[in-house]
Design a protein around this ligand. Structure first.
Ligand SMILES: C[S@@+](CC[C@H](N)C(=O)[O-])C[C@H]1O[C@@H](n2cnc3c(N)ncnc32)[C@H](O)[C@@H]1O
Length: 355
């Protein structure tokens, strides 16, 4: 059986990259003719290539699409696509290495990049990948299952405090401490080896409520995020995209939980409203920093999409466009200063200068 992945917010992501004037709030975008868009594009999370294929239908024969994924199974599919379509280049790497991996292909600037974060349906649905609490398999959870520590290996030796922190922080799980303690007790007699071992243990601690998610949902999410260093990779990749995007180039990111979305939201706020960080200084309009990015808004899936594809339920697409402000020497320091402001401001778009 071939397990496929149903892409989320498909038309909206493609429009975000190629529509001449994209605005999230517009219900329909005016699209270019198929096969006419030139430039260099990146799909940083290829998966099974749903978004890539839709984008390719708009790209001209001269355009190029670099597709990345850290999952060897996803890259196998991407390599097949590369054989069938000379515009495609498949790269097996994490998007946190985006800059160096494109540099190795002689690419210094791009016209658009999309990221569709999290796990793909094949990863969830193939029991042996160990991501799913409903399908019994080895407790693995690595997106790149050719290297690194599995979830079982980590749970076999992590301290109670480390497990509690991960489950609490990345899973927003109220019972994190009890779960961590139960894992430590259980592994003294027999280590957790399968997804069902972990799911059953968590279910014995977290109360099941009718209509609610499976009690192990948050714990599985947390361990997966930790094992794959998902938030660190996202934090690292976004500034690399900024460095690569040409003026007018667009970034479109779909996230699936609040921790990811917060990172994307703050990144765009930092790029789009740097002046807010200096509102307390007596500076004239001309002395205030100009934006590196323009925010083009946020798109949520329609009810029909959620009904047809429950994975879309928690999806949020954010889109930003690179301005013409160059990245001069010292831009990183200034960026960090503004980012620190937004880290504390909390609600980036709610704040207005002088209020
Ligand atoms: C939601 S799926 C993408 C689905 C894809 N848009 C499609 O239409 O088929 C997310 C993919 O991102 C990959 N991924 C997650 N973190 C990554 C990272 N740091 N670098 C590269 N790929 C990553 C996963 O392996 C997975 O294949």
């Amino acid at each position: 059986m071939t397990i496929t992945h149903r892409p989320v917010l498909l038309e909206q992501v493609v429009a975000a990259l190629v529509a001449p004037s994209f605005k999230a709030r517009r219900a329909t975008q005016s699209m270019p003719a198929p096969g006419t868009v030139d430039g260099v594009f990146v799909d940083a999370t290829f998966g099974r290539g749903g978004h890539s294929r839709a984008l390719l239908s708009y790209l001209s024969p001269h355009a190029r699409l670099f597709v990345l994924d850290k999952d060897p199974a996803a890259i196998q599919v991407a390599q097949q696509l590369q054989q069938d379509d000379p515009r495609v280049v498949a790269i097996h790497c994490g998007f946190e290495h985006l800059y160096d991996s494109l540099d190795a292909h002689g690419v210094e600037a791009i016209d658009g990049m999309m990221m569709d974060l999290g796990v793909s349906s094949p990863q969830l649905d193939e029991a042996e990948r160990g991501f799913s609490f409903t399908r019994n398999g080895p407790l693995d959870m690595r997106m790149n299952n050719s290297t690194g520590q599995t979830a079982a290996q980590w749970l076999a030796q992590a301290s109670i405090n480390d497990m509690k922190e991960v489950i609490h922080h990345y899973g927003e799980e109220r019972h994190a401490f009890q779960i961590a303690k139960a894992i430590a007790t259980r592994r003294q007699s027999s280590p957790l080896q399968t997804t069902h071992d972990l799911a059953q243990l968590v279910s014995s601690i977290v109360p099941t409520r009718p209509q609610a998610h499976h009690p192990a949902t948050r714990t599985f999410q947390a361990i997966r995020i930790y094992i794959n260093r998902e938030l660190e990779a996202l934090q690292a990749a976004l500034p690399l995209a900024l460095q690569l995007l040409r003026p007018g180039g667009r970034l479109a990111v779909i996230s699936f939980h609040s921790l990811e979305d917060r990172i994307v939201k703050r990144f765009i706020a930092t790029g789009a409203r740097p002046e807010a960080a200096y509102a307390h200084l007596p500076l004239t309009e001309e002395q205030l920093p100009r934006p590196w990015l323009n925010s083009l808004g946020r798109v949520l899936p329609a009810q029909e999409e959620i009904a047809a594809n429950p994975r879309a339920r928690s999806a949020v697409l954010r889109v930003a466009e690179r301005t013409s402000r160059p990245l001069t020497e010292g831009w990183r320091n200034e960026w960090q200063e503004v980012a620190a402001y937004y880290e504390h401001a909390g609600q980036p778009y709610a704040r207005r200068r002088g209020r």
